[in-house]
Ligand binder design. Structure first.
Ligand code: UTP
Ligand code: MN
Length: 583
């Protein structure tokens, strides 16, 4: 763990201008420095760096943060890596907790080590693909060339229990479990997670392998097996294919989001390279934000079946809070029997791109879907339609889009705008933070519950929401970080159920001590709390990892990512409550 006051010292010793300038040439502009934003495509500079406030901010895409955040977002470093690099430059030593260094010696960056393992596995699987006519035959039969397989580093895990013995120096190394490559069975037997599967390496934006998806070659179950969450891989944050697609996305000025690995690869095979997939989870607001940094237009193209329809609506729900004016979202609905892979193979690139041009704008889809659910033929239908529309208006980020939707809705129900407008919730000043905390906890969706946009994750007026107190504290802390002294080890809190669950757990441990409690008894003791289900679910996960559990190094890394998330959230909050906000 890196102590908070060290971060403060570090940030006071370095100058963000020096840090950013190494990557982006800056020009003086009033009190600030400016440049074309490195996080999105633009022709006139809206990216600024403030030497007095020591942060960067883009008025175009909303990118925002400290020197640490810049290194994370721009150079793709992890939180500890960014801190380490800045500390080196400032001539400071990053304080470490003693227990990580004794016995193990100064450990190599744990994430780096996991990353090396994943890479070794990817190389191994790739070589095995070359050696397997059956696996090659499978990919050929799905229309893929060797060139595209190489581009996506596709591989094959042979049908043996301990393939990776040949790929890594020490099969007994616990890191293999931490990386999710090896599973420990009941009798303590260690074996490969992936066997007899086509392997799709999932990479981060820099192209480092962080996880795998493995597909069966026949009709076995499950069709796809994915890496579990690991210190390298946090679901709901990553997008399959983004590394390969980045340049094509910038060139095309748009990006297509599909459901499956195969859709990404098959479209690339046909020359449509600006495609990513949301990795078997719903599209999160975080995904949308990430993509809007690369292009102004996102087209969701999901399977033509009922599940695809549901996925589209969820994408809409998660896009609304980050859809500022100037950004565009559209939906491409395929014939029911098709997914993007089968469609492009059946009809070719031109047909697919022609459909893409005619994709349904989000506003059309929004109104049409509400109308389908509540035909406004009767007074009751109209009332239900307006009622269902309300929460979406609450979460809308763009004022112009809001106005347009309001007009359309008024027409649909035959109201004048002046009549409708008082019925709709007031506009919000700024986009809420993303759904990252859900991704962090692995618990899907802020949309849980009533199938409407949940607002639990957004800054809300204090009277209505428990977020208020958090927001106030964080706001003060952001303005005067030295106030951290008043909170000792208390980190800022994102107002989500998961954050609350963590608080309750912390409080419990502080009160009852933690020395004697094992996981089981502890979960038992928390049985009557509001978050019992979260603890139970987590303890199942722990059980799945086998009886040795995770080691301290992995824990420290998880802690670092968690702190970096809280850190990001705090920055985001600063954005939605600018410094001139009333105190
Ligand atoms: P699909 O079932 O639509 O798969 O799942 P697909 O990509 O079209 O696969 P092919 O064409 O049959 O090979 C879409 C995505 O959902 C996730 C995967 O990420 C998959 O690409 N998924 C699906 C799983 O994680 N596990 C599964 O068992 C199935
Ligand atoms: Mn498919």
């Amino acid at each position: 763990m890196i102590p908070n006051d060290f971060i403060q010292t570090l940030l006071s010793r370095i100058d963000i201008v020096d840090v950013v300038e190494r990557y982006v040439p800056l020009k003086k502009s009033g009190a600030n420095l400016a440049a074309c934003c490195p996080f999105h495509n633009e022709k006139s500079p809206s990216f600024t760096v403030s030497p007095t406030k020591q942060f960067y901010h883009c008025f175009g895409c909303g990118a925002h943060g400290t020197a640490i955040g810049f290194l994370m977002e721009h150079a793709g470093m992890s939180f500890p890596e960014a801190v380490e690099q800045l500390a080196n430059q400032a001539g400071l030593a990053v304080p470490k907790t003693t227990s990580t260094t004794d016995q193990r010696g100064p450990r190599k960056d744990e994430l780096g080590q996991l990353s090396d393992l994943m890479d070794a596995a990817a190389v191994y699987y790739k070589n095995q693909l070359r050696a397997s006519p059956r696996a090659i035959g499978y990919l050929k039969q799905r229309g893929l060339t060797g060139e595209i397989a190489a581009r996506f580093r596709l591989g094959y895990a042979p049908d043996n229990w301990q393939n990776l013995e040949a790929a890594v120096p020490d099969y007994a190394d616990k890191s293999l479990e931490v990386a999710g490559l090896v599973v420990v069975g009941d009798g303590g037997k260690r074996y490969d997670r992936f066997r007899d599967r086509i392997m799709f390496p999932i990479t981060d934006q820099q192209g480092r392998v962080i996880a795998f998806g493995g597909r069966v070659l026949d009709r076995g179950e499950p069709k796809y097996l994915n890496s579990p969450e690991t210190p390298l891989f946090i679901k709901g944050r990553e997008l399959y294919g983004l590394h390969q697609a980045r340049l094509a996305i910038r060139d095309a000025g748009r990006v297509i989001v599909v459901e499956g690995y195969m859709d990404v690869v098959a479209l690339a095979q046909q020359g449509i390279e600006y495609v990513v997939a949301a990795l078997g989870t719903a599209t999160t607001a975080d995904h949308v934000k990430k993509l809007f940094r690369q292009a102004d237009r996102i087209v969701f193209c999901f399977d033509g079946d009922a599940a695809g329809q549901r996925a589209a609506w969820r994408a809409l729900e998660n896009a609304l809070p980050v859809l500022s004016d100037g950004k565009e979202v559209a939906f491409l609905f395929l014939p029911e029997e098709h997914d993007p892979d089968s469609f492009v193979r059946a009809f070719g690139r031109e047909a697919f791109e022609a459909r893409l041009e005619q994709a349904t704008p989000l506003s059309d889809y929004f109104i049409a879907e509400l109308e389908r659910r509540h035909p406004p033929a009767t007074a009751e239908g109209k009332a239900a339609l307006v009622n269902e529309a309300k929460p979406y208006f609450e979460s809308l980020a763009g004022p112009v889009l809001r106005l347009m939707l309001q007009k359309r809705l008024a027409e649909k129900v035959g109201f004048r705008e002046a009549e409708l407008s008082p019925l709709l919730p007031a506009a919000r000043p700024a986009p809420p933070p993303s759904v990252e905390p859900d991704a962090f906890s692995g618990v899907p969706g802020r949309l849980r519950g009533r199938g409407r946009p949940g607002r639990s994750a957004a800054p809300e007026p204090p009277a209505q929401n428990s977020a208020g107190p958090y927001l106030a504290i964080i706001r003060y802390l952001l303005q005067r970080p030295s106030l951290i002294a008043a909170f000792a080890e208390e980190p800022p809190r994102f107002p989500s159920r998961e954050a609350q669950a963590l608080d309750v757990l912390l409080a419990h441990l502080r009160e009852h001590g933690h020395a004697t409690l094992a996981t089981g008894p502890l979960v038992e003791a928390l049985q009557n709390t509001e978050f019992a289900a979260i603890y139970r679910k987590t303890s199942k996960l722990i059980a799945d990892m086998g009886d040795t559990g995770e080691d301290e190094a992995a824990f420290l890394d998880a802690l670092a990512s968690y702190r970096s998330f809280e850190h990001k959230f705090a920055r985001q909050l600063e954005l939605s409550h600018p410094a001139n906000d009333q105190d």
